[in-house]
Design a protein around this ligand. Structure first.
Ligand code: HEC
Ligand code: HEC
Length: 261
């Protein structure tokens, strides 16, 4: 029954739209609104209060990990606090191209590169508590910083790939991201109000997850919601979408750790 209700809610949402291919959504929604603006007041209050916001459990854990030195290596804090490689504001400029490898990396990827390149450690598994904690801590150092990413040069193809992903219909429901997050934001769907689909609150604590989760986890839920095959954590498709979303969110600020339904 629950499943049927969900399906009919989605179908009624698209039924009122003319069946044209998605409008080119290269431009950002106007006016730009954070996912926060679509939350109920009590969820907003949870995000606003650093003591009540459960995301800060991960931030605190991340801060502790940040100053833990591996047996024969340096702690993150040795380079990034003591040696002055400040991370304040850094997360607002990700994903970006890593110069050494030429690959697009998000904050999770950058942290793992520092582990392998600078600490002699193994990369952390995507969505592990430790990687979430370090990501949440790093992102929290950029709270309030304006999102601004580079989509020129080597990033241009990634950006185009992310835009394609956003505009391509998929899954049993044959829906593109843009149809919900550009064409229908502000409307109700299964007890949620559809937002503009920005990534600016992630990693975020979702009440539904009872946990902090990455942006890629949220994207997997959206893909599963239209009965499409979710991509892997850290996959090129999701990295590309993350870049597209960050460019589209230019004008908003980073608010991680967000709290979401
Ligand atoms: C059937 C409609 C639908 C489709 C299609 C869809 N989403 Fe969502 N999405 C939602 C709903 C509902 C939520 C939860 C409420 C909200 O924040 O919008 C959500 C949440 C999100 C969020 C979190 C926003 C926040 O502030 O917490 C992001 C990011 C997002 N979607 C991106 C995408 C991307 C990228 C795609 C395509 C791969 C996609 N969505 C496809 C309905 C959809
Ligand atoms: C030995 C020094 C060193 C250690 C230890 C180190 N880093 Fe780094 N970090 C760097 C350097 C150098 C860069 C610049 C990119 C590069 O050369 O890899 C960097 C870049 C970064 C960036 C991107 C900054 C920006 O402005 O784009 C983040 C985020 C980061 N490190 C997080 C961490 C975290 C988290 C840890 C611990 C898990 C860590 N680093 C450990 C040296 C270090």
């Amino acid at each position: 029954m629950k499943r049927l209700a969900a399906i009919s809610a989605i179908l009624s949402l698209v039924a009122c739209q003319p069946d044209t291919s998605p409008a080119p959504a290269d431009s950002a929604p106007d006016p730009l609104k954070s996912g926060y603006d679509f939350l109920q007041a009590q969820t907003q209050a949870l995000q606003d209060d650093d003591f009540a916001n459960p995301g800060f459990l991960w931030v605190d854990r991340g801060e502790a990990l940040f100053s833990e030195a591996p047996a024969d290596g340096k702690a993150c804090s040795t380079c990034h606090n003591d040696d002055g490689l400040s991370l304040a504001g850094a997360a607002a400029h990700y994903p970006q191209i890593d110069e050494e490898s030429g690959d697009l990396v998000n904050i999770e990827g950058r942290i793992n590169l520092c582990r392998t390149r600078h600490q002699g450690l193994q990369p952390l598994e995507y969505e592990s508590d430790d990687l979430l904690a370090l990501t949440a801590y790093t992102a929290s150092l950029s709270r309030g910083a304006p999102i601004s990413v580079d989509i020129e040069g080597a990033a241009a193809n990634w950006y185009a790939r992310g835009r394609d992903y956003f505009e391509t219909r998929r899954g049993q429901f044959n829906l593109a991201c843009t149809q919900c997050h550009d064409d229908n934001w502000g409307k109700k769907l299964r007890g949620d109000t559809i937002s503009q689909g920005h990534g600016t609150g992630f990693p975020a604590y979702r009440l539904e997850w009872q946990s902090l989760g990455s942006l890629h986890r949220r994207l997997r839920d959206c893909d599963a919601g239209v009965r499409a095959q979710p991509r892997d954590y850290g996959s090129d498709d999701y990295l590309a979408v993350e870049l597209y979303l960050a460019k589209r969110a230019q004008g908003l600020t980073l608010e991680a750790p967000g709290v979401r339904r």
